[in-house]
Design a protein around this ligand. Sequence first.
Ligand code: SF4
Length: 375
Amino acid sequence: MKRSPTIQIHATEAAGAVPRLHNVVVKFIEGPRALTEVELQANSMTRHHVTDFYREQISNSGYYEQLKYIVEPSLEEFESPGCLDTSGEHDNTVLPGLQHKYAQTGLLLVTDRCASYCRFCFRKRMVGKDSDEIAPDFARLAQYIGGHPEMTNVLLSGGDPFVLSSAKLDNILDHLLPIPHLQSIRFGTKMIAFQPKRFEDPALPAVFQRIREARKTAVIVTHFDHIGEISVDAERNIRLLSAQGVQFLNQSVLLAKVNDDPEILAATFAKCHQMGVHPYYLFQGRPVKGASHFQVPLRRGLEIARGTNQRLSGLQKTYKYIMSHYTGKIEILDLGADGRVYMRYHQNKTPETIGKIFSRPYVEGACWLDDLPKG
Ligand code: SF4
């Protein structure tokens, strides 16, 4: 199995220059290139790091030629237009590290680090960097959440919450568990793909037990994009934690060259179902600067979703094909014979809008709501 070369970074300094200039040799999928740190920063290049475990898993999966695009940098990143906050996260930030976009959900940014870094990450503006968007003060966040009884669940995200130690997670829970109206504590994580042994930490069961004893539900939302990412270790740990009462859901991103194939997605969701992980969302790729080359046109995305559903039982196709747009979470329903894309707001800041079906004329190649003209 051919493996993509790993990035090696050689930093050289221009003698006597102030400030010092560093050259970095990056081994892209297409071949090595020397870049200055200024160029890397100007292009918001995501940090390159892949765990040994994941590297081995995808190399041995039989799908390396698809899976390499998830974590290996490509020169396409320099050509991909878009923005760095496609879902309006800044506008929905109510306190540093806390977003409150939908009434029932609080989204906490608890870290800017991940075990490995996905090239398509919609939070590439902050992951792998020292970000000032990370929650600095959980007592203050808890005060806000406590004053918002409509908020029934919190999602710990980032970055990946499981890069934090179990003691740190415990510390965050100290602030969240006393809030009576919180019914569930959700963790969004790709760690189960990147480093499943993290879930063998003997201190972790007590973390989930605390959530249970506080009469709340612990939910782990895994992020498997492809069946080749689901390792034996991941399955074993999911089964162990499920037996301890942790609920599992999975979200995937529809990614060009990686999983834009109904056979692959159906196999991924069927495997999730078999492990007791409910397929939850299939996200349309976002127009992220440096990552929009992963987007799949809506026409093809709908064909893939339909092809996936044709291969699955009702129990397995519990996911929604979703565009997480600035205006809300939009379920992508169909491309009608009238040439219009039919959609429905799954989540919206305005409750009256939720569930309403609307349509826009399809434009060939459109990947996002903003690519579709009004009318
Ligand atoms: S694990 Fe999640 S947060 Fe981290 S880089 Fe991948 S998509 Fe982004």
